[in-house]
Design a protein around this ligand. Sequence first.
Ligand code: ATP
Length: 405
Amino acid sequence: MSHSPSLPDRPRLDLDPELTDAERVSALDEHLAEIAQVHDELAERLDEAEARREELENEAGQLQRENETLKTSSLYVATVEELTDEGAIVRQHGNNQEVLTEISPTIEEEVDNGDRVAVNDSFSVQQTLSSETDARAQAMQVDTRPQVSYGDIGGIDDQIREVREAVELPLLDPERFDTVGIEPPTGVLLHGPPGTGKTMLAKAVANGTDATFIKMAGSELVRKFIGEGARLVRDLFELANEHEPAVIFIDELDAVAAKRTDSKTSGDAEVQRTMMQLLNEMDGFDERGDVSIIAATNRFDMLDPAILRPGRFDRLIEVPEPDAEGREQIFQIHTRGTTLADDVDFEELAELTAGRSGAEIESLATEAGMFAIRDDRTEVRMADFEAALEKITDEDTAAEPIAFH
Ligand SMILES: Nc1ncnc2c1ncn2[C@@H]1O[C@H](COP(=O)(O)OP(=O)(O)OP(=O)(O)O)[C@@H](O)[C@H]1O
């Protein structure tokens, strides 16, 4: 197809006034023929242009559709294992498949080993994932100055003492262990029902030793960051080293360290890999500096005994539901900033809340405050606590038929 930009010249007609009629007619005929020719030529050009327009329209439509599918089709998340001359080796999360693939030229420069990237159906790397979506940032919560102190925790004084012995002493006074000739515990495992202050305790230890608190939730490792568990565990210990002194807190340890089952599903294999990485990190713990490891679980019975061997989580501390005295203390702690009426009796409230955890007592105190606010009062009365307790008990009954006491 020709696309010559210039159009044929417009035929000109110069009639000599001296011409005879016959000559004039023949000149006009000739001119008409020229015009007809230019017309044909232009008509042909127009056809060509129309055809070209149609072709371009089709092309545009196709690109538009491709663009839409690219935008709407899901991309898979993978990690770049290695950049080679032949392309990038990426490992897809979820199924752990390793593939040799190419990187889209527009982002070739940005991609590095270890990056999280998005790949399309044919595994070609389409984009690198920004730091906001970076699993490391999402999976770990770093608090350089946790605000919890031992005085904020009620009813578990023995546990506080035990944790301090196991974690603070080796950090603050390592010679004492040397002198007696014993190894300080490697990891402390807090176990007990939910909401009893295990996380608080780990934060308070970090606060008490001026250490950075780094938390990772075991359940998220296996649910949200499938395929990345082992790498994240390695990152966790690396991060702790960078932030020395640091307290590593692994919540819901049972999610990554459950007893081995016979099933050979890939999910299980993935959890196993994560646990192996954790065991490796803990076994290499001697060379580590001022890093303490604390873990928590509500499902002690589910733990793989391998994780409890000496040199791993070798200090077990049970954090039970608070007793009456503990509940009274927790009421006091969570109403420190509250204006209380004289009739508020924590001893009685403690009796009324048998079986409740610290977390539940905290929400009870908040709920009681809400009753006072609704009633336009500035002080919270005993009746507000009672109403709050009733509300919470009703909610429990609605949520599950077997309620607390
Ligand atoms: N012993 C306690 N003293 C004071 N407050 C407590 C106590 N236990 C729990 N709380 C309150 O409940 C909240 C939740 O507690 P925390 O997260 O420490 O519980 P946990 O044992 O780690 O729970 P889970 O097992 O569900 O992670 C705390 O922020 C705190 O306000």
